[in-house]
Design a protein around this ligand. Structure first.
Ligand code: NDP
Length: 319
């Protein structure tokens, strides 16, 4: 039972590696620099890492970089992709690593005759961003983001995820690979890694006072353990196929802040919306029946947010 997890040092991937090791898998974990202790010490310290975890060096932008890590694996979980929004050069910083990285990883899977299934960490960002979506629509796996719409609206991270997923489906057809994608909303929960990832940072900024208001928009939220579990179910359940949206709940930021306030009554949180003159943005509807049919049970988002904040305190991002 040998599998590969790309971008293993990341927030979601660290949980995936942990759960895979707990289930007896031999895990090849690709990181950019195996000698970087900040990025890898938490992986080396995981239960069973001594016996069954091997760190491999690979970079999304280097052609052929993943060939060795993937060769001999039955399953490949491709999670590595930059996730941030502020950049002056989205092509270089977001789109190239996401798309070229996916091409490199999937080509490596095609070359390695051992690979039985590839699970790609895509995103709701590759699902929702299209001009024709109406507030009353129930978003499901049949929705695809429109790259032109993303470009016109400077939605560079969604563009990177949309183009990467599209590329993955194309290559999987050409290479005859069994591809499944996981499309999560904002992922939160305890951090295993010592560095701050973007979705945990999105919660942190309300608690530190960095955000004095909350945005007039809604976002979906899901526990990181559930997302890692969804990846494993998508790999292990033979009939799993296509895309799987993962969302426990969609919340307007006003509701998110209220949940945080109830959990942490002593922390001053924003009470005003950034855009009070406009009507409250609607909470989009999303259907997760498909991933539930694999056996996934969602953890209530209150628990994920509580564990996220406790972990941010423990890691000293918050006092
Ligand atoms: P992290 O930022 O924690 O992890 C991203 C990973 O990608 C890191 O391991 C990073 O390596 C790696 N990476 C980035 N650029 C390169 C590169 N050029 N070569 C090799 N590795 C690279 O993010 P998350 O765990 O949050 O995200 C993981 C995946 O999940 C991504 O594909 C993201 O798009 C997707 N996702 C995340 C959501 C969320 O809310 N967190 C929601 C939906 C999808 P390094 O540590 O060296 O920088």
């Amino acid at each position: 039972k040998v599998v590969c997890v790309t971008g293993a040092s990341g927030f979601i991937a660290s949980w995936l590696v942990k759960l895979l090791l707990e289930r007896g898998y031999i895990v090849r974990a690709s990181v950019r620099d195996p000698e970087n202790a900040v990025k890898t010490a938490h992986l080396r310290a995981l239960p069973h890492a001594n016996e069954r975890l091997k760190l491999c060096k690979a970079d999304l932008l280097e052609e052929g970089s993943f060939d060795i890590a993937v060769d001999g694996c039955e399953g490949v979980f491709h999670t590595a992709s930059p996730f941030f929004v502020n950049t002056d050069n989205p092509q270089k910083d977001l789109i190239d690593p996401a798309v070229k990285g996916t091409v490199n990883v999937l080509n490596a899977c095609g070359k390695a005759k051992s690979v039985r299934r590839v699970v790609l960490t895509s995103s709701i960002a590759a699902v929702m961003f299209r001009p024709s979506r109406k507030p009353e629509d129930v978003v499901d796996e049949s929705f695809y983001s429109d790259p032109e719409f993303c470009k016109q609206n400077n939605l560079w991270y969604p563009l990177s995820k949309t183009e990467a997923e599209n590329e993955a489906w194309k290559i999987s057809k050409v290479q005859g690979l069994d591809l499944v994608t996981i499309n999560p909303v904002m992922v939160v929960g305890p951090l295993l890694q010592p560095t701050l990832n973007t979705s945990s940072g999105a919660v942190l900024r309300f608690l530190t006072g960095a955000a004095s208001t909350y945005p007039n928009t809604a976002a979906g939220w899901v526990h990181v353990k559930d997302v890692a579990e969804a990846h494993i179910l998508a790999y292990e359940v033979p009939e799993a196929s296509g895309r799987y949206i993962c969302a426990e709940r969609v919340l307007h930021y006003e509701s998110l802040v209220k949940i945080l306030q109830a959990l942490f009554p002593d922390v001053p949180l924003p009470t005003k919306c950034a855009d009070e003159s406009s009507p409250r943005a609607p909470e989009y509807k999303v259907c997760c029946d498909k991933v539930k049919s694999l056996g996934l049970k969602f953890t209530p988002i209150e628990e994920a947010l509580k564990e996220c904040v406790e972990s941010l305190i423990q890691l000293k991002f918050l006092s």
